[in-house]
Design a protein around this ligand. Structure first.
Ligand SMILES: [Zn+2]
Length: 129
């Protein structure tokens, strides 16, 4: 899994220290890291929110569910919408289902595909519990 520095958003691979700005990722608590990722969902540089959504999905962060739902519902950026949907599928929280079901009917093609897969992942998740 690739990490991104939550201060300058450089790719830092598996390092614990950002080589660009020197931020110590290891020292940051998971809560702080998640917090910064949530803020980054509205970062003006368009690639940053996509990365942030992807990482939140990989972290399986349940505190990201509501923000990701909001983002997926409101963003005009299809790539970001897709990333938010995939993250919601990975996190596997049923709160996302109403929106995912809506987007799988009404979204753009790539959004519909992502929403379909996310719903599939979610129902597998629900069955396991
Ligand atoms: Zn950095």
């Amino acid at each position: 899994m690739t990490h991104f520095c939550p201060s300058c958003w450089s790719e830092i691979g598996a390092e614990c220290l950002c080589l660009v700005c020197g931020t110590d990722i290891e020292e940051m608590s998971t809560a702080t890291y998640t917090e910064k990722l949530l803020q980054a969902l509205y970062h003006p540089e368009p690639t940053v929110p996509v990365r942030a959504a992807t990482i939140l999905g990989q972290l399986g962060s349940t505190s990201a569910v509501e923000p990701l739902i909001q983002l997926a519902a409101l963003t005009p950026d299809l790539y970001l919408q897709e990333a938010a949907i995939r993250a919601l599928g990975q996190i596997g929280d049923a709160r996302a289902l109403p929106l995912l079901n809506k987007l799988r009917r009404e979204g753009a093609v790539r959004v519909r595909i992502a929403a379909n897969e996310a719903v599939g992942a979610l129902s597998r998740e629900t069955n396991r519990k």
